[in-house]
Design a protein around this ligand. Structure first.
Ligand SMILES: [Zn+2]
Length: 79
């Protein structure tokens, strides 16, 4: 799996974070968050997108991937 770069921007954006598959880079927009925990959740969200791009993971469309990220993020509460 290719290395992932996580980069931060202080400004607010319509996205809280975004993952660029073509460059294996996440951008986290700090101004779009209210708490540190919120920022950690967004970092985890974008890192999961990167993990789901691994060659040995079945390909998903965007909706399937967002749903799986959502389930993983809530898994600790549901268990
Ligand atoms: Zn996402």
């Amino acid at each position: 799996m290719a290395h992932l770069t996580v980069d931060f921007r202080c400004r607010k954006d319509e996205n809280r974070g975004i993952y660029y598959e073509e460059t294996n880079r996440c951008l986290i927009f700090l101004g779009s968050h209210e708490t540190l925990e919120d920022i950690y959740k967004t970092i985890t969200h974008e890192v999961l997108h990167h993990c789901f791009m691994a060659d040995d993971v079945d390909k998903m469309d965007e909706e399937q991937e967002e749903t799986l990220v959502h389930f993983v993020q809530w898994a600790d509460v549901a268990l």
